[in-house]
Design a protein around this ligand. Sequence first.
Ligand code: ZN
Ligand code: ZN
Length: 292
Amino acid sequence: MVFTKITTGVAMKVKFWGTRGSIATPGQDTAIYGGNTTCVEVVCNEGQRVVIDAGSGLRLLGEYMRDAGEHTSLYLLITHIHWDHLLGFPFFSPIHDEKTEIMVDGYPTCIKGIRYAFDNQMGDGFSPISFEDLEAKITYLGVLKREILRIGDVMIDKVPLNHPQGGYGYRFEEEGKRFVFITDNELNLSGEGHGIPELYVRFCEGADILVHDAQYTPEEFSMRRGWGHSNFEDALELALKAGVKKLLLFHHDPTRTDKQLEAIEQRCKKIVKDRGSDVEVEAAREGQELVL
Ligand SMILES: [Zn+2]
Ligand SMILES: [Zn+2]
């Protein structure tokens, strides 16, 4: 497989194709932060493309790749198989091109979940085409459930999620840079203050960029315990404890408007100031690009 080195002097590039949680939310109230569900692209220094999750944002990435005539070999890491993280896969146009090669890895049920997005093998499929009829070469690697996944110079490690039916968060390391992506994760299970488990503090330690689930406000959180998501104060507390440089709030609640997300950013900035920290905090925006 041939990848072209596309950058020099930087490690990874990250682009958000979908930032919304639970269900896609098109409309004028979500135009700034975006309405598509989870899909994040990481392009490594040597040009390998790694896509995290196949939410509805994956369709846009497929259109981009087709228009750009880009080589369509990619890695697809699935965090878990809830619908909002899979439903873009049947609409990813490169799956109908025999030159496409998709190497799937992630949570152990990931390849089963992708197949189920087409047909559950019980004669009552969810898609007019079947998984077997796809032109692309789709293979399951199965590395991450055992060990670190190495792609060129990049090392990808995992952390288990506190989420119904489980899942994985990921840490990418390349040329001394760290990018951590953890969505669909409930940080505070103790009910005591900001009970951030040490496991996540260690996993995120020194990250240049942390993307973390922040679906709820602290006010909403008491009614949503056990649903597998965090509030923005706990996500920020994790970033502060782990010495992260930049935090991107992610998996925005479907009811959250752009105006409300701007207000959440302001509340976070105030906490950061009060704590005497210089961590940068933003709500992730669809289409946003970051360079590490
Ligand atoms: Zn989700
Ligand atoms: Zn989920």
